[in-house]
Design a protein around this ligand. Structure first.
Ligand code: DAH
Length: 351
């Protein structure tokens, strides 16, 4: 009788221990303790030889049944513990994708860069494509081909940096008009180019910097007119400055255009009247208009320099400063052009 009790005792003891185990290594220890080669239940099975006949069969059956029961119980517990462990790992390694992180400061484009992109986009809509030409160029492209022969007094206005010496043939481009004859030399007509690049002049005050940007537009076709020029400039002004701004062409003189114009836009402070609401004279423009930049119909000598026949083709052109148009934008109160290049974050972060 005692053997049956012993088996049942081992079994219930084992079941209890198994159900209390909380880690897999301990569970393996229990398996060895009860079912291993020297395990408690194994010992009982070994002692079967002491019995005979019916009793041996009955004890054997109980012991076997207990072994299978224990194995099952250990298997179940093992599965349970493995799942719990996996769940614990999942929980520990969980990444909360919605958690807010410390804010990483993000930069943005410089005011000049975004203005250049905007200018390119506006002219793209009219079929103009952006080109680039060297910022160190020969005297020919910067002056001579633009109807300004050597020693012509008009050159003085461009306050040019020469490479090496004053007699040198190589200059830092004082304007982006140097791109016009380069473009004509490609030999592909019609032309609708917008050349945007850095320019260099010996100058520095609140409205001039020694390095600045210009965009120079050139259209050459069979019948380009002053009306086309005005329409193009007006389109740009309305897109860039807003629909209320007006454009005025004022007669002027450039060697590379005939006729030539200065382009003015109506002042946004006084609405183009020159007077503030209280009757005082507008301090920004004084007379209702602000000067933007040059424009005109391409001079036949310039067309000839680019091997374009002035009898068959005509063209218009314009050249404005990028910084200048930024400074005249509504709401931007930039007191000194040079501030655009100081890279002072207190200024740049305001945009
Ligand atoms: N290059 C001139 C300047 O720097 C501006 C200019 C005037 C450009 C008339 C042009 C033009 O293309 O047609 O002052």
């Amino acid at each position: 009788m005692a053997i049956y009790e012993e088996i049942n005792k081992i079994k219930s003891f084992a079941f209890e221990e198994i159900s209390k185990t909380t880690d897999l290594a301990r569970l393996e220890g229990l398996r060895i303790k009860y079912l291993g080669r020297k395990g408690e239940l194994t010992q009982v099975l070994r002692s079967l030889e002491k019995y005979s006949g019916k009793e041996r069969k009955a004890v054997g059956a109980l012991a076997n049944e207990s072994r299978v029961g224990l194995e099952n119980e250990i298997g179940k517990r093992q599965k349970y513990l493995e799942e719990a462990e996996f769940a614990k790992i999942l929980e520990q390694e969980r990444v909360d994708v919605t958690a807010s992180l410390e804010k990483i400061p993000l930069g943005h484009l410089h005011l000049t860069t975004s203005a250049i992109r905007q200018i390119v986009d506006i002219f793209k809509a009219l079929g103009f494509y952006r080109v680039r030409y060297p910022e160190i160029d020969t005297d020919w492209y910067a002056f001579e081909s633009l109807n300004m022969p050597k020693s012509h007094p008009a050159r003085d206005e461009w306050e040019t940096f020469f490479i090496d010496s004053a007699n040198s043939n190589i200059v830092l481009t004082p304007h982006t008009t140097n791109g016009q004859v380069h473009e004509m030399e490609k030999g592909q007509l019609p032309i609708r180019m917008i050349n945007i690049a850095r320019c260099y002049r010996r100058q520095s005050d609140i409205s001039h910097a020694p390095m600045f940007h210009q965009f120079d537009g050139l259209l050459i076709d069979k019948s380009a007119s002053i009306g086309d020029l005005k329409g193009t400039l007006e389109y740009f002004v309305k897109q860039f400055f807003g629909p209320k701004r007006k454009v005025r062409l004022r007669p002027f003189h450039f060697r590379f255009t005939e006729p030539s114009f200065e382009t003015d836009i109506s002042c946004d402070i006084c609405g183009g009247t020159g007077r503030l609401k209280n009757g005082q004279i507008c301090r920004l423009c004084k007379e209702g208009w602000l000067e933007l930049g040059g424009a005109g119909m391409v001079h036949p000598n310039v067309l000839r320099a680019g091997k374009v026949d002035p009898k068959k083709y005509s063209g218009f052109a314009f050249g404005w400063g990028v910084e200048r148009v930024i400074m005249m934008k509504e709401g931007l109160n930039i007191p000194d052009i040079r501030i655009l290049y100081e890279n002072d974050l207190r200024f740049l972060e305001q945009f």
